[in-house]
Design a protein around this ligand. Structure first.
Ligand SMILES: Cc1cc2nc3c(=O)[nH]c(=O)nc-3n(C[C@H](O)[C@H](O)[C@H](O)COP(=O)(O)OP(=O)(O)OC[C@H]3O[C@@H](n4cnc5c(N)ncnc54)[C@H](O)[C@@H]3O)c2cc1C
Length: 464
């Protein structure tokens, strides 16, 4: 007797979704096998790239993938830095959310329902015109998506005062195992019913299911902002200044740090007039009502004067933007220094910064590496960059060994291996260090509850 011929799984996806939503061209498949991760990582060419346009499309595609055992690699804008959106199995499919870009704002409840493919900047621009504010501001906000930001629990400078993406996600709708839909939360601020599945999804890096919609919290847009630049002669003083500001009763909306090599790198890349002989600088931003902003920035100036630190307040929006551009140019500026870069985003409790910063420098010295540090020092989240020559394998290995020590240092101070970029592929081996064996086993159990076949972003975050 003739057996029933099984249909090619990709053909099944095409018949379920329509061929305009399933691209199998080799060019497209190769294009979608990358993200912004700057170091070499494991990567596979997917069998197809799928472009769902609705929740129904997502359900159909997960149903087929779950029946056919096809690994699913969700993707926003591909700006992730830890390989989160990169396919790692030859028979997998990439699911790009770039066609799911609608959103709806409820001004009276200060909430919004947002599809995952919406670009964060577009959404922010829209709500700000309505007098509302969506604070999460990863430096990639002009192109990264709400779905990618939620999956990574992204943050940026303003998260010091306003919190990371997690604080703004009131509910999610997601498609999990076998194409089942879960809906959590509502457009309400208080909701303590049951386990918090919403927050579990935030930062799950596409490993639990596919996010199809989120309910986001919005807050009133601050009236005014002021930015100041503080220049330092020693790294130890930076730690002291941060503690002084953060214990003064003033809550800056951003407190950003650049060390001397970071200053030099941006000045060599696109000069804005920062002094290259400073050991470090802080960019300090306060926001709120016009009068409060004026008073607070003067107070910060006074506090730092007591430590002998020079502070210049930007006199116009243009001047402030120039300073922020210098900070935001750091990524490309570092690319100019050496061909290879490992960029880690560790976190220290703030009070340990004065001790930890010089220790980081010692690690760079021990491994004879060029290291540049910058970041969101107000919340203890530092970007530690080791720069190396990609053609020099020995130097690359030294950089990898130095990174291990950086993580050990962060954990020894009760910090974290990642404050922004997530675990993805590149930090998997360190996650167990942070969670311990019992915690790690729980993570595995949670993953398998949502995805017993390990088809959602397999190989990311945890090893099963
Ligand atoms: C220059 C530069 C600066 C950056 N600055 C910051 C920064 O300041 N702060 C910060 O936090 N990050 C930063 N990043 C990292 C990156 O931009 C963020 O992680 C961002 O949230 C990724 O969004 P994305 O839309 O590009 O998602 P992608 O990179 O495409 O995907 C990220 C993760 O989300 C998953 N995913 C995407 N959509 C869905 C969905 N619908 N359902 C389930 N899972 C999904 C993917 O599988 C992947 O695991 C930066 C990156 C670059 C290149």
């Amino acid at each position: 007797m003739l057996g029933v011929l099984k249909k090619d799984p990709i053909k099944r996806l095409i018949s379920a979704l329509g061929k305009e939503k399933v691209n199998t061209s080799i060019v497209e498949r190769k294009l979608y096998s990358y993200d912004a991760t700057p170091i070499p990582i494991e990567r596979a060419i997917p069998s197809a790239v799928i472009f769902p346009e609705s929740r129904e499309d997502v359900i159909k595609l997960v149903e087929v993938c779950y029946e056919e055992n096809i690994p699913i690699f969700p993707r926003g804008a591909g700006s992730g830095l830890t390989g989160g959106a990169v396919p790692t199995r030859e028979n997998g499919v990439v699911v790009s959310f770039e066609r799911m870009t609608s959103f709806e704002v409820d001004v009276d409840n200060a909430t919004a329902k947002v599809q995952p493919g919406v670009v964060t900047y577009d959404f922010q621009q829209h709500v700000e015109k309505l007098g509302l504010f969506y604070p999460p501001d990863p430096s990639s906000f002009k192109y990264s998506t709400i779905g990618g930001n939620i999956a990574e629990n992204a943050g940026g400078p303003r998260c010091l005062k306003y919190g990371v993406t997690r604080e703004y996600v009131l509910g999610i709708e997601a498609v999990i195992k076998e194409g089942k839909t879960i809906k959590t939360g509502n457009p309400i601020l208080k909701d303590v019913a049951g386990y918090d599945i919403t927050k579990l999804f935030v930062g799950s890096e596409g490993t639990l299911g596919l996010l199809t919609e989120a309910t986001l919290k919005l807050i009133p847009k601050p009236q005014a902002r002021a930015t100041a630049l503080a220049l330092f002669k020693s790294l130890e003083d930076v730690g002291k200044a941060v503690t002084r500001i953060m214990t003064s009763g003033i809550f800056p909306s951003a407190l950003e740090f650049m060390d001397r090599d970071a200053i030099k790198a941006v000045e060599d890349y696109k000069p804005v007039g920062l002094p290259k002989d400073a050991e470090a600088l802080l960019l300090i931003e306060v926001d709120g009502s016009k009068t409060a902003v004026k008073e607070q920035i003067e107070e910060v100036k006074g506090l730092l004067a007591q430590l002998g630190v020079e502070v210049k307040v930007a006199q116009s929006e243009e001047e402030a933007q120039k300073l922020w551009t210098a900070r935001k140019n750091l990524g490309p500026a570092l690319g100019n220094l050496k061909t290879g870069k490992i960029n880690e985003d560790i976190v220290f409790p703030r009070t340990y910064l004065a001790e930890a910063l010089p220790k980081l420098r010692k690690i760079a010295k021990k491994y004879d590496l060029l290291m540049v540090i910058f970041g969101h020092i107000g919340d203890g989240n530092l970007h530690v960059n080791f720069l190396y020559d990609k053609t020099d394998k020995e130097e690359e290995e030294r950089a990898e060994r130095a990174v291990d020590e950086v993580f050990e240092l962060a954990l020894s101070y009760h910090g974290s291996i990642t404050g922004e970029h997530g675990v993805g592929l590149t930090k998997k081996k360190f996650l167990r260090w942070q969670f311990g064996d019992t915690g790690y086993e729980l993570l595995k159990g949670i993953k398998l509850l949502f995805d017993p076949k390990n088809l959602f972003n397999p190989g990311k975050v945890i090893e099963l």
